[in-house]
Design a protein around this ligand. Structure first.
Ligand code: ADP
Ligand code: ZN
Ligand code: ZN
Length: 793
């Protein structure tokens, strides 16, 4: 008798409790820890998806019987256990390390184990039975995403009351599709009576009963007739699965050889490979050859038979970076980012799980890649906030990297031109080892010359967005056939629509935020809840016709450019122009092959790009972001300016950078001009010390939401008192206050910020806060706990 401990995935019932299930005898040899199963749950015995995290020691049950004289013996209790309905995997999808990691991370992310485990799996493996049922019950949104084949599959499974392994992948034309057979009706199959004469069928039935999951059609060991018999009788079905969808990228790229490292690079390389005792902070100016160091460190560990994880921010997961890795390591590389379809993600995941991929390059979630024998984990641009997930589980990839590096005794390298204050402070205290690259690797490339343009003195009649200085510089570069990057940290045509007569601003009906105008669709959109409406002709408030557009988005700038510099060829890159697959890549390729003079974009053009012909970078409005209600506002602005400046003059032509600002004396802007990280660090640390912010203090934020404003306020005050009562006097508790955007999706949001240094009771208290939602009167209350929050707006 085998009893499995299963944690189940039920959205409304959040618990870390594992439930015990009997393993049916015919499945006993097929189950293992880390496999997904379907189990009956609750009064209705609804089938839900779960993960086996352990087996119960049944010997101990018998022991317990002997020792305790219970009225019902423990071993008897197991007779009342429900049975596992189905095992979904042939091999565990989660490794022992991942199960351990989920236990470790659970405490710091204030989330449930199941949500941690799900974060480690590709989404195709997470689509639960629940979701399929909803689909069958007519949930349009999910249903409409399925292809016809998928719909039929779903209906069949739901009808037969059984689930089989179906990695439904959207099939695409001209991609190879493999046919799989899977058993769909195990119960009926068991009881199937087959006449003695049909020996082959009996054999096949036994085979099918043993076959858990699927087998590719060509490996099916029986004749077509036998197969047809079982298919016709609904015991077996054919499903189609695409083969690796990410294969094609490997064909186009040329092999790249390692470069001879310069002295600074060599020192960094040698230091990193000799010890895994401490994490390294590799601080190197843009273009100093950090990536080259990463590549060679990885190569070193591959030669030793180990594997590597390389994290880059989502936004810079451009073909430029990934191609460098593929060029160096070929098919050993797996790429993981949000631009891949679910099917592609699943393919990459399989490539890693099977050990075929030895290097993973990916965004935040690639930290979960099921690699074994890891030699090195690298986090490039470690200061990027995209390494923190801002929905549950709210983990920071850096923290998980530390855990995994310990587990594997692997080296951890954090790289940046402008490290986060937290990491730099750790390096100063010796927690990390600091390594520096101070020169550009390509010796002919000099650091660009940076100028600040005081926009208060640059009144230009023709344009509020372009100073005469920037326009002149752009003309000069256009004449010399050099290229220009323009950055604007905003999206949309203009920020908002306002009535000139009465000042009315069109706002989202669900969120307290003005709607953004999108000229391509001629609509007003809410960037929070997705609400969309037509641009009003008349002011909804005073019926005036004087509706005007305000602010400047990339679309508006593009139109201005067309008027100011009609001869210039402009490419725009922002959220709107990169919606379609590979749009990102296409724009960059065009720019790189000089089909355009100007690349205009949001902050997504600041990172990782390397265009030798770019000699001018213009920052249209450096102030955006400086005045946000976020203590990291200066740090972010400084990092962004340093990064975008690094795009200029990367080869032998000298680069120039113009920063347009209304705050020319702000230290973040001045020190970005001087390109002096060291001074910025000192200045910013002073500010953080004075106001007790990280890295001097830790922070944790409690977010409270409810559809009724009075309830939110009342509950937030209760929570704040609870925190004040339980934490020491040294903890600083700010709030409750309304969030900067006080209402979204028809919910009101409040926040409480706790700043602390050492608080023994913190975790217990916060768990107590979370448990408030389990109380009946609070069932519509939403509480989220965000440890070291990165986004305050
Ligand atoms: P970073 O990652 O610090 O921005 P990269 O690794 O991208 O820097 O290097 C910048 C440029 O210098 C790239 O074109 C790269 O090929 C080149 N480079 C890096 N290291 C060397 C080296 N040791 N010798 C010659 N060129 C190098
Ligand atoms: Zn909205
Ligand atoms: Zn009006």
């Amino acid at each position: 008798m085998k009893i499995a401990k299963v944690i189940v995935d039920i959205p409304l019932m959040q618990t870390d409790k594992a439930f015990s299930y009997l393993v049916p005898t015919d499945l006993e040899n097929l189950v293992a820890i880390g496999m997904r199963v379907h189990v009956p749950f609750g009064k209705g015995n609804r089938l839900v998806q779960g993960i086996i995290i352990d087996f119960e020691d049944t010997k101990n049950l018998a022991e317990a019987d002997k020792q305790m004289s219970l009225s019902v013996p423990m071993s008897k209790i197991s007779e009342n256990l429900k049975e596992i309905a189905e095992v979904l995997d042939l091999e565990p999808v989660l490794t022992e390390e991942q199960l351990w990691l989920a236990d470790e991370m659970r405490h710091s992310v204030f989330s449930y184990k199941i949500s941690c485990l799900k974060a480690m799996l590709p989404s195709l493996l997470n689509s639960s039975y629940d979701k399929l049922l909803t689909a069958a019950n007519g949930d349009e949104s999910y249903w409409s995403q399925l292809t016809e084949n998928e719909k039929i599959n779903v209906m069949k499974q739901v009808k037969s009351g059984e689930m089989t392994v179906t990695y439904i992948a959207k099939s695409k034309e001209n991609k190879k599709v493999i046919k799989f057979l899977s058993v769909i009706n195990r119960e009926k199959l068991k009881n199937l009576e087959i006449s003695k004469a049909a020996k082959k069928r009996e054999e096949c039935r036994q085979y099918l009963l043993e076959l858990n999951g699927k087998i590719s059609q060509k490996d099916f060991p029986f004749s077509r007739e036998v197969m047809k018999y079982f298919i016709d009788n609904d015991f077996l079905e054919i499903s189609e699965v695409e083969t690796s969808r990410t294969q094609s990228v490997f064909d186009a790229i040329h092999f790249d050889e390692a470069k001879e490292l310069n002295d600074e690079q060599m020192l960094a390389f040698q230091t990193i490979i000799t010890s895994s005792e401490k994490p390294y902070l590799l601080e190197g100016i843009t273009g100093s050859g950090k990536t080259e160091v990463y590549l060679q460190v990885i190569e070193h560990f591959l030669k030793k038979g180990k594997t590597a994880i390389m994290l880059v921010p989502e936004i810079s997961l451009t073909p430029q970076i990934t191609n460098r890795f593929i060029a160096r390591f070929g098919e050993k590389v797996a790429i993981m980012h949000s631009g891949l379809s679910d099917g592609e993600k699943y393919d990459e995941w399989r490539k890693i799980r099977s050990g075929k991929a030895r290097v993973v390059v990916g965004a935040r979630s690639a930290i979960f890649a099921p690699m074994e024998n890891i030699g090195v984990i690298i986090i490039d641009e470690e200061h990027e906030t995209s390494y923190k997930q801002d929905s549950n589980p709210r983990y920071h990839a850096r923290d998980l990297a530390l855990l995994r590096a310990k587990f594997h005794d692997a080296c951890l390298v954090l790289g940046s031109a402008t490290p986060s204050l937290e990491s730099r402070a750790r390096a100063m205290r010796g927690v990390y080892q600091l390594l520096r690259l101070t020169k550009r690797a390509n010796t002919s490339a000099l650091l660009p010359e940076v100028k600040i343009v005081d926009m208060r003195e640059q009144i230009n009649d023709k344009s509020a967005n372009f100073s005469t200085l920037l326009l002149d510089k752009m003309r000069e570069k256009l004449e010399k056939h050099e290229q220009i990057i323009l950055m604007l940290n905003r999206r949309g045509y203009s920020s908002f629509v306002m009535c000139r007569e009465c000042g009315y601003v069109v706002e989202c009906p669900n969120c307290d935020i003005s709607l953004t105008l999108h000229m391509d669709t001629r609509t007003l959109n809410c960037h929070y809840c997705g609400h969309q409406e037509a641009i009003p002709q008349l002011c909804p408030n005073c019926q005036s016709r004087k509706i005007r557009y305000y602010g400047s988005g990339t679309q508006k700038i593009q139109e201005e450019l067309a008027e100011l510099l009609p001869e210039a060829r402009v490419l725009r890159m922002d959220v709107d122009t990169t919606k379609t697959k590979n749009a990102h890549e296409k724009i960059l390729n065009k720019f790189s092959s000089y089909e355009a003079d100007i690349l205009l974009g949001t902050q997504m053009i600041a990172k990782g790009l390397d265009f030798p012909n770019v000699t001018l970078v213009g920052v249209i409005n450096a102030d955006t972001g400086l005045n946000l209600p976020d203590f990291r506002a200066s740090e972010r602005s400084f990092q962004l300016l340093m990064q975008v400046a690094g795009r200029a003059g990367r080869a032998d032509k000298k680069g120039e950078v113009l920063i347009q600002t209304f705050n020319p004396r702000h230290y973040a802007i001045q020190l970005a001009q001087e390109q002096d990280y060291e001074k910025f660090y000192e200045r910013e640390m002073n500010f953080r010390r004075t106001l007790s912010y990280p890295p001097y203090y830790f922070t944790v934020q409690v977010l409270v939401s409810h559809k009724n404003k009075e309830v939110v306020v009342k509950k937030s005050y209760e929570i704040a008192s609870l925190l004040r009562a339980n934490l020491s006097e040294k903890a600083k508790i700010l709030g409750p206050t309304a969030r900067p955007i006080a209402r979204t999706h028809n919910l009101y949001h409040y926040q409480i910020l706790v700043k602390y240094r050492f608080e023994d009771d913190l975790e217990a208290t916060l768990n107590q806060v979370l448990d408030l939602t389990q109380e009946r009167e609070n069932k519509d209350l939403r509480i989220m706990i965000d440890s070291e929050p990165q986004n305050f707006v």
